[in-house]
Design a binder for this molecule. Structure first.
Ligand code: PMV
Length: 371
C-alpha cells in the first residue's frame, strides 16, 4: 500500500525541536483572497482537482491570537478553547478539531499544549463572505510562528510555505491567503514550482495595470451559505462536465500568462467572467443542483455589462460560491467605477452594503510574546 504521506508532505514533518517553550501568545492577521481561476472539486487529503489562481485581498481579513500553555503530561487528544469576536464559539469546534487532526503529523506539538484561539474578522460575520480562507491562514501562521520558536533556524520561506501547506488542510483556498499579491495553487505543466500542496507566488511577468487592482464586494445576500464548500466540492465527483471543467482551468491559467504580461484587460475580463459563470454552471448542473445567484446578482451583472459597453471601461465581475458580486477594476478607472457603483449598483445590495477592497500583499504578524 502506498504511504499516505508523500515525499513533499514528508518535508513538512519536523525531525525534532531545538528549544522548549512553556507558554506564550502570538497574533497574526491574514487576508481573504478572490479566485480568478476557480478551485472547485477536490481529491483526498485536500488535493485540488484543478489549479487555481487568486488575487490576495487586503481589507477583508481575520486576526487570530493563539495562546499556548504546556500541559502537565502532554496528551493524545487536543485541548483548546475557541473565541470568536470575544465570545466562546462552540460551533467552530468540529472544523478546528478536523484541522488539528489533519495537521498533527506535521505539528507534533499540537497535543503538548492547551491552546486558546481568539479570532475576529474585519468584515461582518453575516456578510456572506467566507472567513475560512483568512481564518485558516491566520491560525496556520500562528502555529508556524510557535514552531519557529521551537526551531529558530527555520527560514522564513519555509515557514510561509509550510503555513500555506497547513492552511490548505483546513480549507483549500486558505493556502492562497498567506502571501500576495497573485497566488497560484495546484500543479500546472507550464508553471514551474507549482504544487498541489501549497500556494506559490505567480512566477511570471505581471503588467503594472494589475498592480493595484480593486475589488469592491457587493453584499447581495448576507445570509448563511446555502451550500457549504465541502458539499460543493463533493458534487464534482461523478459530475458529467467535471473533466472538461478541470481541463478548462488548466487552459485558462495558460491563457492568462500573456494577458498578465501584456496587461490585456479585455482578455482578462473574458477569462475571469467566464470562470465565475462556469463555477455557477457547475453548481446548476450537479446532482443535486443549486442556484446560488439571486435576482440581484443578475441585475448587477447586466448593469456592469451595459456600463462597460457605454463607458468603454474595464471593470468586470467575479463570484464566489454565493450571491455576492466582486467588482474588479484597475486603479486608473477607480473614480469612474466608484461613481457607477454608488449610482447604479448599491441599490441591488442588501441594506446597500458593500466593501471596498483591493489587492494585498499577504499576512502580517501583529505581536508576539513568549515566556
Ligand atoms: O477553500 P474552499 O474549500 O472553501 O473552496 C473555495 C471555493 C471557491 O471559493 C468557490 C473558489 C476558490 O478557488 O476560492
Amino acid at each position: 500500500m502506498q504511504n499516505k504521506i508523500s515525499v513533499v508532505e514528508n518535508d513538512f514533518v519536523p525531525t525534532g525541536y531545538a528549544v522548549q517553550r512553556e507558554r506564550g501568545t502570538v497574533t497574526w492577521k491574514a487576508p481573504s483572497n478572490i479566485a480568478l481561476v476557480k478551485y472547485w472539486g477536490k481529491k483526498e487529503n485536500q488535493i485540488p482537482a484543478n489549479p487555481s489562481l487568486s488575487f490576495t485581498l487586503d481589507a477583508c481579513n481575520t486576526t487570530t491570537t493563539l495562546s499556548f500553555i504546556k500541559r502537565e503530561n502532554g496528551g493524545t487528544d487536543f485541548s483548546f478553547d475557541l473565541f470568536f469576536e470575544g465570545k466562546a464559539k462552540e460551533d467552530f469546534r468540529p472544523k478546528i478539531e478536523l484541522f488539528f487532526s489533519r495537521a498533527k503529523p506535521y505539528l507534533p506539538f499540537l497535543t503538548d499544549y492547551h491552546f486558546k484561539i481568539e479570532t475576529s474578522n474585519s468584515f461582518p460575520h453575516s456578510s456572506g463572505i467566507a472567513s475560512s480562507a483568512s481564518g485558516m491562514a491566520a491560525l496556520s501562521l500562528c502555529f508556524m510562528d510557535l514552531e519557529k520558536q521551537l526551531n529558530p533556524d527555520m527560514d522564513t520561506d519555509f515557514m510561509l510555505q509550510k503555513a500555506s501547506f497547513l492552511a490548505r488542510l483546513g480549507s483549500g483556498s486558505a493556502c492562497r491567503s498567506i502571501q500576495g499579491d497573485l497566488i497560484q495553487w495546484g500543479t500546472h505543466s507550464e508553471i514551474p514550482g507549482s504544487s498541489n500542496h501549497y500556494g506559490i507566488h505567480y512566477p511570471f511577468k505581471v503588467h503594472e495595470v494589475f498592480k493595484n487592482y480593486h475589488d469592491t464586494i457587493l453584499l447581495v445576500d448576507k445570509g448563511k451559505k446555502q451550500v457549504s464548500s465541502s458539499v460543493g466540492h463533493n458534487l464534482m465527483h461523478g459530475h458529467p462536465y467535471a473533466d472538461n471543467r478541470f481541463e478548462q482551468a488548466h487552459e485558462n491559467i495558460s491563457r492568462l500568462k500573456p494577458v498578465f504580461a501584456e496587461g490585456n484587460l479585455k482578455e482578462f475580463i473574458n477569462i475571469v467572467e467566464s470562470e465565475a459563470l462556469t463555477l455557477h454552471a457547475m453548481m446548476m448542473t450537479s446532482v443535486p443542483y443549486f442556484v446560488l445567484m439571486k435576482p440581484n446578482t443578475l441585475e448587477i451583472i447586466n448593469t456592469i455589462w451595459e456600463f462597460r459597453k457605454e463607458s468603454n471601461t474595464n471593470l468586470c465581475f467575479t463570484l464566489d460560491a454565493g450571491a455576492n458580486v466582486h467588482v474588479l477594476y484597475p486603479e486608473f478607472e477607480k473614480e469612474k467605477v466608484h461613481q457607477f457603483i454608488k449610482n447604479e449598483l448599491i441599490v441591488f445590495c442588501e441594506k446597500e452594503q458593500y466593501i471596498c477592497d483591493r489587492i494585498g500583499f499577504g499576512a502580517k504578524k501583529i505581536n508576539i510574546a513568549y515566556k
